[in-house]
Design a protein around this ligand. Structure first.
Ligand SMILES: C[S@@+](CC[C@H](N)C(=O)[O-])C[C@H]1O[C@@H](n2cnc3c(N)ncnc32)[C@H](O)[C@@H]1O
Ligand SMILES: [Zn+2]
Length: 379
């Protein structure tokens, strides 16, 4: 075992050459960003006195960080749970290491996650951070999520969601993935619609307030509002994205009937969905998060949030991989990203880089206009 520093917490963890779920208790240092963003988001939302649940707590690092890094007014109670006995021992030991005394605000249990959640009276914040798919705890988490509660969901089974395993995605997430340049975005949006469909059964509208895709995982925070009308409104945003792999044309559509021929090059198109086409971020929250992180020494996180903030101003789904557009349409050369963004804006459209893929641009510009613009830059 080793003692690590993460944020303000000192954490005893098991280490091995590769991070694996076979560790006696799981800890992945790469997920520090996931935890950093969670702390930042909870410090930036308009909520106090939260009853917090960590059904899959592992070493307890996330909860220990909450206790050390969230503003005092934020936590009413915090409940750690893991079905691994070693994890529960380690959570207790990590709380002690950080001089956090056990009191009635802190609960620790060693149950199956669903039993832990369903045995409770409910929570204002539930953090689902599993190995692979979050599906096995979605139903209980949604049931016990309070009015205006926040549900955080991580999914690491990007192979299914991004289309490497199409049938797995259809089975587990009820959406067809599409293996193309923006497959991480469609994967993220399919995950969102899956979580939402769990909520709609109970008249709970789950709207994403902060979503991202990074390396091997997706992470989405949802705000829950109860009400049939809210749910009906939300469901209007469950749609499809049609895509042409020959010329890279794409469009969003309510249904996929009569949408299998590309209007640009006449090739056969394919589609992803049903998936969420509404907002990925709450703009006000994002502004607050950026403000709260502004003076941080963690320049990578500051930059990451800055990119997302600019990207959030553009509501279009999918983005352009500029090199791919150039190649597929036999254009001369790939323009510099910043120059292209400037030119797109000059032409009256919005544009920004996306956090999802390097050298790619989210923009309201249509493909044929983009091609014209790249040709002009190339002249
Ligand atoms: C990816 S780890 C959690 C990491 C942790 N949230 C963090 O931020 O470091 C997943 C944890 O879920 C626990 N787990 C898996 N299935 C479970 C279940 N059915 N009930 C309770 N805990 C479970 C595992 O023991 C493991 O500790
Ligand atoms: Zn086409």
């Amino acid at each position: 075992m080793e003692t690590m520093q993460e944020g303000k917490a000192r954490i005893k963890v098991y280490v091995s050459e590769t991070v694996s779920k076979d560790l006696p208790v799981f800890y992945n240092p790469v997920m520090k960003l996931n935890r950093d963003i969670t702390v930042l988001l909870l410090n930036s939302v308009d909520k106090k006195n939260m009853q917090i649940a960590l059904p899959l707590a592992a070493t307890g690092v996330r909860g220990v960080r909450f206790l050390l890094e969230l503003k005092k007014s934020k936590i009413k109670s915090i409940s750690f749970n893991d079905n691994n006995t070693e994890a529960v021992k380690l959570i207790k030991s990590n709380l002690k290491l950080n001089k956090i005394k056990l009191n009635k605000k802190i609960n620790i249990s060693n149950l199956d996650a669903n039993l832990f959640i369903l045995n409770s009276k409910g929570f204002d914040y539930i953090d689902i951070d599993p190995f692979g798919s979050p599906n096995f705890v979605l139903d209980s988490a949604v049931k016990r999520l309070g009015r205006e509660g926040i549900l955080a969901v991580t999914a690491t089974d990007t192979g299914a969601l991004c289309g490497s395993y199409k049938n797995a995605c259809l089975r587990k997430y009820s959406g067809k993935p599409l293996r193309n340049e923006f497959c991480h975005e469609t994967g993220l949006r399919i995950l969102i619609s899956k979580v939402q469909s769990t909520g709609t059964q109970y008249d709970k509208a789950l709207t994403p307030i902060f979503s991202y895709s990074k390396e091997h995982y997706f992470r989405v925070f949802f705000k829950c509002i109860k009400g049939k009308k809210k749910v009906d409104e939300l469901m209007k945003n469950i749609r499809y994205i049609v895509h042409c792999s020959s010329c890279l044309f794409r469009k969003t559509t309510k249904d996929i009937f009569n949408s299998n021929k590309c209007p640009v090059c006449s090739s056969k198109t394919d589609y992803a969905g049903p998936l969420w086409l509404g907002q990925l971020w709450d703009k006000k929250l994002l502004t607050r998060m950026c403000k709260n992180i502004k003076n941080s020494e963690d320049k990578k996180l500051v930059k990451f949030l800055e990119i997302i903030k600019n990207e959030s101003k553009i509501s279009s789904a999918g983005f352009y991989d500029v090199a791919k557009v150039v190649k597929h349409n036999k254009l001369k050369s790939v323009p510099k990203k910043n120059l292209l963004i400037k030119e797109i804006k000059k032409a009256g459209f919005n544009a920004a880089e996306t956090h999802i893929r390097p050298n790619s641009i989210r923009s309201s510009i249509e493909l044929k206009e983009l091609i014209k613009l790249i040709k002009k830059i190339n002249q």
